[in-house]
Design a protein around this ligand. Sequence first.
Ligand SMILES: Cc1cc2nc3c(=O)[nH]c(=O)nc-3n(C[C@H](O)[C@H](O)[C@H](O)COP(=O)(O)OP(=O)(O)OC[C@H]3O[C@@H](n4cnc5c(N)ncnc54)[C@H](O)[C@@H]3O)c2cc1C
Length: 1036
Amino acid sequence: MCVRSCFQSSCLQWAWRTAFLKHIQRRHQGSHRWTHLGGSTYRAVIFDMGGVLIPSPGRVAAEWEVQNRIPSGTILKALMEGGENGPWMRFMRAEITAEGFLREFGRLCSEMSKTSVPVDSFFSLLTSERVAKQFPVMTEAITQIRAKGLQTAVLSNNFYLPNQKSFLPLDRKQFDVVVESCVEGICKPDPRIYKLCLERLGLQPSESIFLDDLGPNVKAAASLGIHTIKVNDPETAVKELEALLGFTLRLGVPNTQPVRKTMEIPKDSLKKYLKDLLGIQTTGPLELLQFDHGQSNPTYYISLANRDLVLRKKPPGTLLPSAHAIEREFSVVGTPFYVMEYCPGLIYKDPSLPGLEPSHRRAIYTAMNTVLCKIHSVDPQAVGLEDYGKQGAYIPRQVRTWVKQYRASETSTIPAMERLIEWLPLHLPHQQRTTLVHGDFRLDNLVFHPEKPEVLAVLDWELSTLGDPLIDVAYSCLAHYLPSSFPVLRGFNDCDLTQLGIPAAEEYFRMYCLQMGLPPTENWNFYMAFSFFRLAAILQGVYWRSLTGQASSAHAEQTGKLTEFVSNLAWDFAVKEGFRVFKEMPFKNPLTRSCHTWARSQSQWYPIGTRSYSSVPEASPAHASRGGLVISPESLSPPVRELYHRLKRFMEQHVYPAEPELQSHQASAARWSPSPLIEDLKEKAKAEGLWNLFLPLEADPEKKYGAGLTNVEYAHLCELMGTSLYAPEICNCSAPDTGNMELLVRYGTEAQKARWLMPLLEGKARSCFAMTEPQVASSDATNIEASIREEDSFYVINGHKWWITGILDPRCQLCVFMGKTDPHAPRHRQQSVLLVPMDTPGIKIIRPLTVYGLEDAPGGHGEVRFEHVHVPKENMVLGPGRGFEIAQGRLGPGRIHHCMRLIGFSERALALMKARVKSRVAFGKPLVEQGTVLADIAQSRVEIEQARLLVLRAAHVMDLAGNKAAALDIAMIKMVAPSMASRVIDRAIQAFGAAGLSSDYPLAQFFTWARALRFADGPDEVHRATVAKLELKHRI
Ligand SMILES: Cc1cc2nc3c(=O)[nH]c(=O)nc-3n(C[C@H](O)[C@H](O)[C@H](O)COP(=O)(O)OP(=O)(O)OC[C@H]3O[C@@H](n4cnc5c(N)ncnc54)[C@H](O)[C@@H]3O)c2cc1C
């Protein structure tokens, strides 16, 4: 954008500013910038130190408490404790040493907060170079005050460090007098210390102004006749001081520095150009400073005559195509540029807004949200911007652009970027609206009013266009997911947002939807994935330029290396969104096949035989894994087909033969201990690579944790495992561990994964999932009542649960616990999921429950009380209020595994039935010749095939379109599979006669499980309700 156009009303900056932002008074009103008020009798300014010149201990403490999860206000309370004779004041008067103080103070804090408080770490932070830095605004003020010939002094309640030097992180040369309480043995607000200071200055009280952040200290000074300013924030205090003194205390423009050597621009030609353009008659100099943020486009402050301007230009050197879309201008400064009016105000560079009150932080984010809504509400046509960008298909174009940008600056292969480049175009959301889009909407691109939470200006418009507004919403939430140590773009994912007062990303998004009158989007994770992808591409560009020596920031090289980190964050969102494995929509006549099952009969215990499928031609790998619904194991891709056959051999050689022994262990006195045979078979399965097959490829695309099978591929293998009650555990594919492992892979932190996921994946530990409660109808998860309460650095849980499968197993080390953190939050935001180590005191198992008399030892189904169970805060999964979302994720793909296994139960039951009826004779002929038996066999075959097709279809849609899109298919198969299996198994039991009910055959156990799964996996009625709801919604 060129200078000329910038000053025309059609320019974008102008458009938005006139549309909805108000100008504020320009700071510089004339050549006499700040007129002297005259008559000032002041001869000195006296500054307190902490809270005036450097951050106050209270403010430092508040942030340290958030970081260290210490109850808020502990340090401040302890500092005040005991008043005059408390440890803090005695320390200030040097009556106790630093060591003595820390001992006493630490004890006090721990007593107050009932938790151990590492006060040493607070003290180190307080006195660290990073924190104890003089506020630049104060340094400027002191320079100006002294330049006017006034004296300056520090009057500080101060202390000695362990090295016996007083803590004074200030340049003494700035002050004529320094008075410290630890040196004098007197503390403010004792009048003697003020008098001492005045005496050393050689002044009367009325000749000085005193600044302090504490009311009692200010009051004491005022009572002596000193003019006072109570400091709440340094910026405002300097303004008050300016008003009292009558001259400016500002040296220059905030956030600027002298122009860097490599970024210099020719002042003379610029001055001539601006004079011509703006019609300025001046012989005065052109003042030029460089803003200290902005990685890509160098930005300058210009002061010429009475005009304060900002110039933004493209960086020098070769540029990536279409990057830095600043319109071309004559070569006045070497590269294209534009100029705009300077708008003074505050820019918050740290998004955690240190030093502000929680309510103020919230107000800042609310204002940010509001201004975004205003931008998105601008009618492009009404402001003449209808041609500002192409209509529609914004996201696909953005994806293409940023892929191109990334490719142009690529320096090495980054796996997550490669996956995203494939994933993004396959998961494009349907664009709902086209509005003006800022394109780089972040807190540090907003200029705020210095005194109220109001946005005065929005900066950095060069990525603006017409497009999908949700991009801006997602982009403004990046900081929520980045750590505070992240260079370039600081985040706050390691801070407690509730304590800070900053709305969580979801709340921020809800605020936006509410203001815009929109329903929440379903593709939020796509927008986040894309935003992080774009950030990664930007960082890569910065890195690339640093390699070619053109970066406008010294940090460029370091920041560019962060591409990989950010791309992994992007990929996490892609995984949450879901994953469509296949490239093309399939349905190439996938449903034609004939099959004959259990071809060979062996014993009644061992099923036996082959499910061979003859009609589907030999699959090509492409067909098998890239589109067609694979309804037969023989149509799987060669490696998966080989895996299937390996599993089949394993079942025949090891699992079915072990069943009698495993079954009798379950009926023995030793049943509550794991069977040694199971452990032995687990090792064998591991050795054969038949281990952790369950984790879907979409959740584990790099096969870090499992075999990387698609849902359809796993459906075939899971069905096969389902033909034995023991195989799932032997192959480490059994519930509830599978759901819990998937939960950890999808949502766990690296620390949580290291602690829990790894032992589970290795089969060394087991786990349980505790949601159901006896006192409430738990099929509606919002009913659950168990409480999760915050207490210091812990969550304390109390609740009564039952039907907790696996909790009795001595190997069970982890309980994934669902409870309510906030019963007053919206219905689906009340629940949270905590990882509870099973050896935590307070977990009391009341009894094992039985299912039709079966105990399912050694895991069992337990009734349990959780009484004041203290769990460290870091064991929370995803964050408070995310439980419902997690439970849905956990119970999504994981739960169709039960359906896959139910097909296996049914196949096994039918095989047993066929073998039985062929071998038994009644009323003169084999049972198999009885018409009713034949009808039963036919009925079972048909029902199994129907259900299998539905299972495979659900798995297929999950692979193709993601779990969310498969909601109807998942609900349909959950509705169908358990009752289908119950009927098929029941027919088999009937054909067996009394033996079918005995434990000589697996039928009774199969039946029990199939029956239980009619509600253990969510009641039939709930699935029916879902199917009906979706049917009515989408198919009218
Ligand atoms: C073998 C087994 C293992 C289990 N393992 C676990 C486990 O590991 N962890 C865990 O937390 N829980 C587990 N459960 C519990 C299971 O998840 C619950 O039983 C299930 O969610 C139903 O909750 P509820 O028993 O409280 O039934 P309720 O919610 O009281 O429902 C009772 C009945 O009400 C009817 N109903 C409910 N909703 C509707 C509706 N919308 N429309 C019409 N009718 C409706 C249904 O017929 C339902 O069966 C297990 C259960 C079994 C049997």
